[in-house]
Ligand binder design. Sequence first.
Ligand SMILES: [Zn+2]
Ligand SMILES: [Zn+2]
Length: 397
Amino acid sequence: MSTLARHTLTHPEGRRLLVYGELRGGLDVSPPPAPAAALHQRRDLLTGAWVAVSPARNTRPQTGADVPAPPVPGAGADDGAVAGAVAGCPLCPGGPEVPFPYEAAVFENRFPTFAASPPPPPQGMDLVAPSGGRCEVVLYTDAHVGSLATLGPEQVCRVVAVWRDRSLELWSDTRHAYVLVFENRGEAVGATLSHPHGQIYAFDRMPPLTGQRVEAVCEYRDRFRRCVSCEVVARDDAAPARTVAENASFTVAVPFAARWPYEVHVRARRHGAARLGDLSPLEQRDLAAALAEVVARYDGLFGFPLPYMMVASESPSDGKGRPLADWHLAFEFLPPHRSETKLKVRASVETATGLFINDTLPEASAASLAAVVYSPPAWGNVEVPKVVPDVPAKELR
Ligand SMILES: [Zn+2]
Ligand SMILES: [Zn+2]
């Protein structure tokens, strides 16, 4: 199996930078001072739900990845800019986060919602708690233009390797109750940067909707004595009208009760594949191919890169440190468009009650996506490399 080296560096103010692949530089720029941290969580007495408060985020630049802009290439003879970097993109090489060319990288968010060492919550208040956890930004490539659809098999496999590495490490920290790999793409979902990137949050308590899903999984097991996720896979397979793409290891379908018009779920077929770390080498490769195909079909649907939220649904712990047996890993795509020109707005009913109203028929959306002409790239013998963590990088700092 091929390998992918991981180098751990640290920004002067303590944030980690993980560089995957060849290390081509060190951290020699001084970033601006860290913003005043007032992050904490508050519990709503009426719902019991926790709300994360992070006022520093409101002053952050509108970049989608919460980092300042890099030097402009050509602005000075020794300005630190890297050839190929796009002016104003803080994720391009030469920027404040990764000052050198890279293959893939992960850095801790400059304006986090959750932090490994959070400040204490405000004094003199009850119903508050520290915001423990992690907020990381995942850079898929140092090239400014691209997507999971255009990166090419080796690069998408490298992204899957990075997700797996982060997932394994973050789930192994017993302070974390949930880990969410996600990507916001497009201004419609708040990401103004086109540079290919995603994010990962680790939460110190179970998010509300995740808790609901755990209850549903357990209730189904109690009532029917079988796995609800296996049942969903079987029902997707029995409904070709909702199938978007063929894949040996994953179903790729518009879900039966889709909330968003062009919602697509990529769900592991195998019982026991509950998290990224559970996937076999073949399943990892099939995941990369499925995600690339979904994004390519989205981009072909209306002829422009369709904005979406993509969230990995990994199993929470069963309370004994293991994933729930009846939870199959899924990647869920939630695009806000309901037509070429119209966006679905999550308005009063959906926001206030949680009841979604889908303006489209899931089978019709699936047919539109399945009809997009798709020519897969040559996956050949491409495989997801195994990450070899923590190659010492001290000599380069
Ligand atoms: Zn860029
Ligand atoms: Zn199952």
